[in-house]
Ligand binder design. Structure first.
Ligand code: ATP
Ligand code: MG
Length: 83
């Protein structure tokens, strides 16, 4: 399951897209490494997926946050500046 929600911050400086999945979530010991280029836990992963996503979003003045849901899965928030 993938749930997508639109978010806004209080000052309306950013607009967010929240993506939550129903996967296993992210082990806390690797949550700080997710956006590092070539960091992967998959046998055939490049570890570039999230690093590239972060780079693209950052080049547009935004940022991405990640957390585990208290219920299930991982939650990624992609924030982009309002114009
Ligand atoms: N939705 C998710 N739920 C749990 N862990 C995740 C999720 N997304 C990423 N990860 C973890 O972060 C790591 C890095 O992800 P990233 O997308 O950068 O590379 P990858 O998926 O391993 O490789 P590739 O992007 O080449 O397929 C993954 O190997 C996995 O351990
Ligand atoms: Mg990936």
């Amino acid at each position: 399951m993938i749930r997508i929600q639109v978010l806004n911050d209080k000052e309306n400086r950013y607009v967010g897209i929240q993506i939550q999945d129903s996967g296993p979530g992210i082990p806390t010991e690797i949550i700080d490494n997710l956006f590092e280029p070539f960091f992967t836990t998959k046998t055939a992963g490049t570890g570039l997926g999230l690093a590239i996503c972060y780079d693209i979003v950052q080049n547009h003045g935004g940022y991405i946050t990640v957390e585990n849901s208290p219920t299930e899965g991982a939650i990624f928030d992609v924030w982009l500046p309002t114009l």
